[in-house]
Write a protein that binds this ligand. Sequence first.
Ligand code: SF4
Length: 63
Amino acid sequence: MRIVADLTKCEGLGMCEAMAPDFFEVDEEGTVEVLDDAPGEEHRGDLTAAVDACPVLALSLQG
Ligand code: SF4
């Protein structure tokens, strides 16, 4: 599984960081940084919640 972040869409709203702080961090410029873009399957539930929480649909999971 891979986390894909579309930085052209991200508005730095921080919902993903709130839902899964081990995997997402919003930097000073208001853009999300993916901390681990190839997480283990055991994180799929939290990551799906984080992806679904993004109001501008900037995040997706592949695989
Ligand atoms: S929730 Fe979406 S818009 Fe907000 S920081 Fe995360 S990726 Fe960016």
